[in-house]
Write a new protein. Structure first.
Length: 132
């Protein structure tokens, strides 16, 4: 029974890296729900060929996503990201923005748009990606 639950419903995992701080920290242990139904703002693990990535679901297929002056717009509606408040304050203290402007982009069919929470440390790197 335990094997069935672990293989099909939940499994333990360890966060590697700081891309989701302060929500999740490096080496933090977590249980992963293996459901394929996502909601906006869910935290997901993306299995790569070598590494796994922990990100937050931002957009769904067909959504138009855009970032302007640290404001996230989805389908032309501003969305608050309260999980970013700590990192946003840190960026503002340093006279910087947390997230670089991008878009608008349209999320392709059968894909999801994901981003990490700790966008400040990702400056100069891609801050978002697609998953499918």
């Amino acid at each position: 029974m335990t094997l069935a639950v672990r293989n099909f419903f939940f499994s333990p995992d360890i966060v590697e890296g700081s891309s989701m701080e302060p929500a999740l920290h490096n080496q933090e242990k977590m249980f992963v729900n293996k459901s394929v139904d996502f909601s906006r703002w869910d935290i997901v693990i993306i299995k790569g060929q070598v590494d796994n990535y922990v990100k937050r679901v931002i957009g769904f297929p067909g959504d138009k996503a855009e970032m302007k002056n640290d404001q996230l717009l989805i389908n032309d509606k501003v969305f608050k990201e309260p999980y970013l408040s700590h990192n946003l304050k840190m960026a503002q203290k340093l006279g910087s923005r947390l997230t670089g402007d991008f878009g608008p982009i349209i999320v392709p069919r059968h894909h999801y748009f994901v981003m990490g929470d700790n966008r400040f440390i990702q400056q100069g790197q891609p801050q978002w990606s697609w998953i499918y």
